[in-house]
Ligand binder design. Sequence first.
Ligand code: HEC
Ligand code: HEC
Length: 205
Amino acid sequence: MAYNNLKRALIGALVISASSVAFAADKKPLMSGASASMLSNTCAGCHGTNGASVGPASPSIGGMSAVYFEEVMQGFKTGELKSTIMTRIAKGYTDEEITAMGEFFSKQPFVVAKQSYDAGKAKKGAKLHDKYCEKCHADGGTSAEDDSGILMGQLVPYLHYTMSDYKSGDREMTKKMKKKVNQLIKKEGDAGFDALFNYYASGKQ
Ligand code: HEC
Ligand code: HEC
């Protein structure tokens, strides 16, 4: 898929910026004495200040639930959750530091990414969201409380990559999400996801 080529190109650019991030971190060795906000600064090169990503391949992480944060970071760290870059990064942090960063990011606001979208598709997407996704991604995908990741206002390229990872099996869906996603694919095909992503790009419920 064209998206995969785009992803590779974008990640290539990220890796270059990551090496400068890693260099800065080298100079300031991470001790358990480092504050959560100091630790979190090392993420800003890709995830933006306080987790408000300017994209496109890195998701916004400010405002996500501390539980979800810890789950994905541990998933990256053990390699259970496949990633292009985050496994290497997550391995550099102790469990205690991951917990502290999760608390830090959960207290930051989730900043809705400014993106263009098609209003007609967004309207259809809202209906599809209610039918297939709302149960676990509450309040139009804005809620962090269900520990399933914020969808509304997330960068669309990231949503595309993530969804194709789920569909290819590189990232495992929970059984129940898989059921809904398969129903959506069967009834609406790729156009269903296109509508959903236009809805999430709209940034409003
Ligand atoms: C070089 C760029 C880069 C840096 C630096 C980086 N990330 Fe990431 N992050 C990514 C990318 C890209 C993804 C998407 C998963 C992947 O392909 O690795 C991601 C995904 C994530 C996710 C999953 C978000 C979700 O919605 O599921 C979390 C959490 C996260 N990063 C936390 C961090 C933290 C904490 C740091 C700093 C300690 C950090 N990242 C540093 C690029 C980066
Ligand atoms: C039965 C509950 C459930 C349903 C229904 C569900 N999801 Fe999820 N979703 C989850 C959970 C739990 C996670 C986080 C953990 C994981 O990856 O399994 C998640 C994660 C995601 C992520 C990754 C978020 C991130 O930040 O990386 C995306 C994208 C997503 N879901 C999209 C959807 C879409 C689109 C629908 C509707 C077609 C949907 N989900 C329906 C439970 C659900």
